[in-house]
Design a protein around this ligand. Structure first.
Ligand code: G6P
Length: 612
């Protein structure tokens, strides 16, 4: 996490960097800082809190400069504070640097530097790396670029850094390993950022910097080198993103906008792939690797957070429709538990950002062991997308709200198409069921629209339960992962403790929590478990729990047993998660708003977690 922006060129640099930092605040908002060079001297301004607080703090100050680097932080080493905010200055005061990532071996280097007399103003690993660079530069009489290269060879961990030297106001030096960096190419100007959103209004030509590359950026020159000091050819790509996609467009919050965008984003995801008339699914990433996928003896799905929940839904789908065993793994656990991976094993990586460090690192090691990696990613050109052998983008557009919504339904849509396509190719699904599910999937955008047409009931329920201290979310089958996702959404943006559980498993523990104060959300749409879920509802009611149900339109039984009810249109149970999650997204949103929480930037979270 942490957002990074840099500018060098013919314009005023600070306003460009400031605007860019606001766009990247989703990556962290514990503190903000910028560094500029004025008449051969570094000026650093930093402040605890969101970007707006820095903006206010520098009002009236001379910020004139054509070079600026800026940072919005999600704290790892050291509490959020002014002194831990980036950029940091080297001991000699000549260099300023900011960093996204974690230097794992910083403690040892810090001891070495302390023994040499270096002092540290912050608790960050970044300041250690910076002084390490200064030390190499001083001792070897080397250029900054050379010193950086030597330092990076010793570093263990992840980084995207921007570095400037007050003696050279014509250059920004950048480097990356494991944390993203995009460079926008303008006329006599360059833009650097963690993603393309700060760049898009100035240029559509970008270069995604690769791991272990150093970029030497001047206003009219971009040189890329590897750590062996060999020049690399920058691969210039055209951005396929519009400015409107990253603005709020009249909604109070990005999250609400993104929830309401779902009929369109799901449609975009299906467009050109799900061909209803031909009763066909066309996905190049799968077509080109159909054999690897159909012949897989098992599939492993690796993801984190909400994306992991999409993976759980996929497990149910792929096992039912394709008859291939599936394991769904938390990326952070998968990496470290030395999993058995054979060459040819298929791994589906799911990630909105395509930059989540846990997922990325897990995939790197699986790839080394010969696994075939299929990426289901939203952010085009992201690290996971590039690392995958094949993949399918979710086409949900930029997701800014920290709580994932439209990216999740995009993931479900892609995974459903994948499952149907593999099942068809394997012959593990009947023609009739294939056509039925294909048509059901095609109906999703319209049905989501129906749910969103009137949200007053959901808003009312949110107001009623906003002061609850705990929630329980229960579901079975395809709706079990949706119960987990509903609980996660609530925790993320309302700070209310919530647990998701399989409805039947509830009696083995969580039932002890039930009393007249506990809201219990049942995801109870019409499916093969429906009768059983109704019995589970009775068990909760018998203990005086407050039942809130997500039910299928036309259900006449659940209204008699639930205090509150949110309806979704009827749909096959395989596709149901795409609908039943929508009221739960909105429930969390409205509870968060009723509690006065900044739902787009809830405390302690970050949209893209690029540290392990
Ligand atoms: C963070 C976000 C979650 C997201 C998870 C995985 O924790 O706050 O919303 O689900 O990362 O992110 P990814 O980008 O890999 O889907």
């Amino acid at each position: 996490m942490c957002g990074i922006v840099g500018y060098i060129g013919h314009r005023e640099a600070y306003p460009i960097v400031l605007k860019g930092l606001k766009r990247l605040e989703y990556r962290g908002y514990d503190s903000t800082g910028v560094a500029i060079i004025q008449e051969g001297a570094l000026q650093v301004h930093k402040k605890k809190g969101k970007v707006a607080e820095l903006e206010e703090a520098v009002v009236g100050k001379n910020m004139h400069s054509n070079i600026c680097i800026g940072h919005t932080r999600w704290a790892t080493h050291g509490e959020p504070s002014d002194r831990n905010a980036h950029p940091h200055l080297s001991n000699n005061g000549r260099l300023a640097m900011l960093h996204n990532g974690i230097i794992e071996n910083y403690a040892q280097i810090k001891t070495e530097l302390t023994n040499k007399g270096y002092t540290f103003k912050s608790d960050t690993d970044t300041e250690v790396l910076l002084n390490f660079i200064q030390d190499i530069q001083d001792n070897n009489n080397s250029s900054l670029e050379e010193a950086l290269r030597i330092a990076l060879k010793r570093i263990v961990g992840a980084y995207c850094i921007l570095l400037i030297d007050q003696a050279d106001p014509e250059t920004i030096i950048a480097a990356r390993k494991g944390s993203p960096l995009v460079i926008g190419i303008g006329k006599d100007e360059h833009f650097l950022a963690s993603d393309a959103s700060p760049i898009i209004e100035y240029t559509k030509e970008v270069v995604y910097v690769n791991d272990y590359e150093i970029a030497i950026v001047k206003k009219d020159e971009l040189i890329l080198k590897n750590l062996g000091n060999e020049k690399q050819t920058p691969f210039i790509q055209k951005l396929d993103m519009e400015l409107a996609a990253i603005e709020k467009g009249g909604y109070d919050h990005f999250m609400l906008k993104e929830v309401f965008e779902q009929p369109a984003t799901i449609f975009d995801c299906l467009r050109g792939r799900l061909l209803q008339e031909q009763q066909q699914i066309v996905m190049a990433g799968i077509d080109n690797h159909l054999e690897a996928l159909t012949k897989a003896s098992r599939i492993m799905i690796v993801a984190c957070g909400t994306s992991w929940h999409a993976g759980l839904v996929a497990e149910y789908m792929i096992e039912e429709l394709c008859r291939i065993p599936v394991e769904v793994e938390y990326a952070s656990e998968f990496r470290y538990r030395n999993p058995v991976i054979h060459p040819g094993d298929v791994i589906i990586a799911i990630s909105q950002s395509g930059e989540t460090a846990d997922t990325l690192v897990a995939l790197e090691s699986a790839k080394e062991k010969g696994a075939f990696i299929f990426g289901v990613v939203n952010a085009v050109g992201s690290s996971i997308a590039r690392l995958s052998h094949a993949g399918a983008y979710t086409h949900a557009g930029p997701e800014i709200g920290v709580a994932s919504t439209k990216a999740f339904t995009g993931q479900l849509a892609v995974l459903t198409m994948m499952a149907l396509k593999i099942a068809k190719a394997k012959g593990s699904i009947s023609e009739e069921r294939y056509v039925h599910l294909l048509n059901e999937l095609a109906s999703v955008p319209e049905k989501v629209k129906e749910i969103l047409a009137d949200t007053t009931v959901i808003e009312k329920i949110a107001k009623k339960f906003k002061d609850a201290s705990d929630f329980l979310y229960l579901g079975r089958g395809y709706n079990f992962p949706i119960a987990l996702e509903g609980a996660l959404k609530l925790k993320e943006i309302t700070y209310i403790h919530a647990e998701g559980y399989p409805a039947a498993e509830m009696k083995h523990g969580p039932i002890a929590l039930v009393d007249e104060k506990l809201p219990v959300v049942f995801v109870a749409t019409k499916d093969m478990y429906y009768e059983k879920v109704v019995s589970n509802i009775q068990e909760i009611k018998a203990r005086k729990g407050q039942v809130i149900a997500v039910a299928t339109i036309g259900d006449t039984v659940l209204p008699t047993m639930s205090e509150d009810i949110m309806f979704v249109p009827e749909i096959d149970e395989v596709i149901a998660p795409l609908l039943s999650v929508i009221p739960l997204q909105l429930l969390s949103y409205y509870v968060g708003v009723a509690k006065g929480i900044d739902v787009d930037k809830p405390r302690n979270l970050a949209k893209s977690v690029t540290v392990e």
